[in-house]
Design a protein around this ligand. Structure first.
Ligand code: NAP
Length: 378
């Protein structure tokens, strides 16, 4: 296992962190699913025995069961061997007292007296404004002072400008972002990662395999990988890309089988900062280009077409469509498009007024594309 300095903690953190969001599950007689506690415990303890010392859970993972399982799995002396993180479900916070109440509930579920890191979970601009009004800084300072948390951070899902705003708002101990070789220009972006680094705020990466998609590449990407002399797997390349950045302290993987734990432990023997050479970087850029070549509609999500007078969520529809083709997950199109329909913004609402096409900097045939996608997603 490789280790890395972890900001103000003064500690060395394992570069592979255990994400407790995608644990093995089993189906009960009534058809519901639950975490396979025995196997999940075996996997986590094996990871810790092999050097993992960072564990990431949250209030909502596995319908609230993840925190309970994490607490149980960390018994028998394992708790003392790791830095434990959980997260404030900010969407349940409506008044100042809620933060204290939720943290206390989480400590009870985890059956611990403190967590090492407490993150404001899944922040976007709107949620952050709400927490600012509810004096989140006061809450974090109090929780640090009374010993319920050691360090504070946030996890992030929004655009770069919001990330920079959050980074500048408080003396954070870390920030958690979605980052992988397809997402270096999405969400916090590479620029955001470097900015946090300049301010001495360590980055914890989530979704390094894009939730598993990069582990199962489409055939043309797979052919490229298979032809590379190194023999490295798709997973290996994806982890090495993220791990090359010294600003990244630890990389979370949500492992769902013991084989994945073993595979990732093996890969993380080698994941060192600044270790990719020019040829490696060029190869990863080629992989990314190959994915991007699968994109169907050249929408850059500039949002000039919004708001549509009929409420059609044009950039979101194009993003769903492109994602489905890029990752060769065409089945996901119907599911995600169903979400757009439920939100009342699907392509059937288009009346072909042409307002969007008149302002689209990419000059996309938006009206026709909406028709094609709507038909395909039924
Ligand atoms: N704060 C937030 O808003 C937030 C959001 C997302 C995630 N997170 C945290 O970040 C952690 C990491 O994110 P993630 O789980 O999305 O990470 P990820 O590494 O991008 O995806 C995990 C998935 O990748 C696949 N995988 C992992 N190792 C593999 C291997 N060696 N070979 C083949 N496939 C492999 C598995 O997919 P299959 O199960 O399909 O095989 C696994 O479920 C989460 O577990 C969670 O703790 C936080």
């Amino acid at each position: 296992m490789q280790y890395h300095p972890f900001g103000k903690t003064g500690r060395q953190v394992s570069r592979l962190g255990f994400g407790m969001m995608r644990l093995p599950t089993k189906t009960l007689e009534d058809g519901s699913t639950t975490i396979d506690r025995e196997e999940a415990t075996r996997m986590l303890r094996h990871g810790i025995d092999r050097g993992i010392n960072y564990v990431d859970t949250a209030y909502g993972y596995h319908n609230g069961e993840s925190e309970i399982l994490t607490g149980l799995a960390l018994k028998d002396g394992y708790r003392e061997r790791v830095m434990l993180t959980t997260k404030l479900p900010q969407w349940l916070v409506n008044k100042e007292d809620d933060c204290d109440r939720l943290l206390d509930e989480q400590l009870r579920k985890l059956d611990v007296s403190f967590v090492d890191f407490y993150l404001l979970h899944a922040l976007n601009g709107e949620a952050f404004t709400k927490l600012q009004k509810l004096h989140y800084q006061k809450f974090l300072e109090k929780a640090k002072a009374d010993g319920r948390i050691r360090y504070a951070g946030f996890s992030f899902h929004d655009e770069k400008a919001q990330f920079l705003r959050m980074i500048d708002d408080y003396d954070w101990d870390m920030a958690q972002i979605q980052f992988n070789y397809l997402d270096d220009e999405n969400q916090a972006t590479l620029e955001g990662l470097l900015y946090a680094g300049e301010k001495g705020i360590p980055i914890v990466v989530m979704e390094p395999l894009r939730g598993g998609a990069l582990a199962n590449p489409p055939s043309d990407v797979k052919a490229l990988l298979d032809g590379h002399a190194s023999g490295r797997s798709a997973v290996d390349w994806a982890f090495r890309y993220v791990g090359d950045f010294p600003q990244v302290a630890t990389i979370l993987s949500g492992m769902s089988t013991m084989e994945q734990v073993e595979d990732n432990l093996r890969i993380f023997e080698q994941v060192k900062p600044n270790s990719l050479n020019g040829q490696d970087k060029a190869f990863i850029a080629t992989l990314k280009q190959r994915y991007l070549a699968r994109v169907k509609v050249g929408c850059t999500a500039c949002n000039y077409c919004q708001p549509c007078p009929e409420g059609v969520l044009i950039p979101r529809i194009f993003s769903i469509y492109n994602e489905a083709y890029m990752l060769d997950q065409v089945d996901s199109l119907k599911w995600n498009y169903g979400g757009v329909m439920r939100d009342g913004g699907d392509g059937s609402l288009c009346v072909a007024c042409g307002q969007c096409e008149a302002v689209c900097p990419q000059q996309l045939p938006i009206i026709e594309s909406l028709k094609v996608i709507h038909a395909e997603a039924q």
